[in-house]
Design a protein around this ligand. Sequence first.
Ligand code: LUZ
Ligand code: MOS
Length: 763
Amino acid sequence: MTNTDAYGHVRGESVYLDDIPLIYNTLFACVFDSPVAHGILKSVDLSQALKLKGVVSILLALDIPGVNQIGGIVPDEPLLAEGHVHFQGMPIALVLAETEEIAQAAAKKIKVVIDPLEIITDPRIAFEKNELIIPPKKFKMGDSDLAFKDCVHVFSGRADVNGQEHLYIETQGAYSVPMEGGGIKIYSSTQGPTAVQRTVARVTGLPMHRIEVEVGRLGGGFGGKEDQASSWACLCALGTLLTNRPVKYSLHRMEDMRMTGKRHPYSADFKIGLNKDLNIQAYEVVFYQNAGAAADLSPAVLERTLFHCTNSYFIPHVTATAYSCRTNLPPNTAFRGFGGPQGMFVIESAITHAAEKLKISPSVIQRKNLITPGEEFPYGQKAESEAVTTWVQADSYFDFEKIISAAHDFNLKNKNKKRGVALMPICFGISFTKTLMNQARALVHVYTDGSVAVSTGAVEMGQGVNTKMQQVAAETFSISSGQVKVHSTNTLRVANTSPSAASATADLNGKAVLLACEAILNRLKIVAAEELNIPFHTDTIKIENGFVFHQNIQTKLDWKTLVNAAFVRRVNLSEHAHYATPGVHFDWTISKGHPFSYHVYGTAIIQVTLDCLRGIYEVDFVKGVHDYGKSMNTLIDQGQIEGGIVQGLGWMTMEELVYDVNGKLRSNALSSYKIPDIYSAPRTIDIQPLATTRENLAIFSSKAVGEPPLMYGIGAYFAIRDAIRAFNTNASPEYDAPFTPEKVLMALYDSEINKFHSHHSSH
Ligand code: LUZ
Ligand code: MOS
């Protein structure tokens, strides 16, 4: 089944926030945000802005009737600045005007006086100054101190990895509408409708039941709208509350890039120890997370960095420490992988560093240390590992040795073009690491014409979750998918939703849909037995392809007639179901538990070709074997894999987030921040499915697919490094992603540049 949204998307008929027909009397909002990254807000002068014709009102922190606080994990983030500003882009005032143009023009006329304070942009400096968002987190398994003493090879180093702009095609936005009796309805481009509802309630002082959040679909989220959609919804809601008019705010691209947080940059120190057989015995790592100016989701992201700090390897002695460092950048937030990819980049750097010192291929160390079933992760959960299986299958499909020796031959024949190859095994834990979030609800109605309406807490953001929910209902009732309609996500229909995040949305909400449909189905079977005058038994009565079957023989009773018969008998044709993932738990006092329902594994091989005169490169292919479980929808899953890979290698190669020392975002537009286009996508992506059959608790034995494939992109970094070393065997560039062409060029001519410099300085 193709994605049901494809038709509307291609014809431009899908409705996003900015496509909602304008409601009479709508006001348009625009934020005035801090031009300074850190300082004391002495005064705000609105007089010139208020003089503009069409400006209705300008709101400041003191106009907030509820609590001026939007922090989800730590209450450290005001909605509008009060007293202090902590980052460039921090909202200070909200202009409400009759048109968008007037609102934008008025914002430019606002003047502020800010006494500057010291600006920190580097997490290591923040750490030295003890600017920590939360106390440090630590994972410990075995005794790494002791284990290093027995290691034949010990290497240490540093790895840095930059952040990433989400660049959802649809920018952030919200549209709020006054409802009778003082309630507010908010259309929001959010992954977390309940987070929006809860935050708006806090800021407005209204109870949650007065606030309806409606989400049609998103033009991409990638984590950027897990928590950070709330500000715009709160601001619009405040506008509505204070003017009793609808308020709309759909951010311009540059506003969005400037004011929102991104993937967390990290800096890390590692130490890795191996025995003579190249088994990794010990690993120590310290992570400095650049959290930005407020906590946002940083503590949870930090935790996932620890959870994935050994990627898909078994290491018996691990000490991993993580610091969430407060800097004067916009608060960084969830981004596909949620800190996991950063942890994985560091262990891959450590392995590559060891391999280069030992003059062997990193793949030798990778292969040797893959985690096998029954071995333990540093957080106490035992692996049901497919790491070796995906590696071995990928090797047998694609023949690693053949690829590597072909690249080697190419390199012997070519002077200025070099090929590099890297293996990239991945392992990603599925479940929210915060156990309570692993729950979902669904509401299913069967109407008397036989059609079915489904509502869940899942947000459709291009990942195809609505199609999967439709499949679950259609398959469970055994009716055609056309008879099932999945509706918008709305907090009045489905309450207390977890955000659509952590790759778990289809898993969780799909199970809830299944439970709801099964409950209705059971009631319908009882009705069928009565209608057909046969004994009721759930196993002998079935509904298949729209007909009732008794002992595998089709009866005359069709779906629609059965539904009507149930209605006539006053049988309930609706169900609201709740699903909570069983068996997940974690104890942070000892940092051990069973946080994940299961893990997703895979192995990819990545090849790049480097132009050694220019430092530019192409990704020739990403091939591999990915653990899909039993895919519910291969087209959608392949789409997720291809998109994830390209997004991951964009992060590792060309996407360069630049803040200057004043905390100003320099890469603040699409002209200065480059994401992969079709020319920078791999020429070939060939990811074969490993159809695992293990009990994995996900819907219809599928496996989560949203985030894991992004991490194959990390291999691109190491493939580029391999190609550089084919050209310049002495090159040993720092582990510092992304590998932009500028950095590649410097690394290619590393020793020459050093020679040049020392030659000159000696004169
Ligand atoms: N969001 C979240 C996530 O709140 N908790 C998680 O564990 C998570 N993991 C991945 C992506 N988003
Ligand atoms: Mo996410 S990083 O699954 O919102």
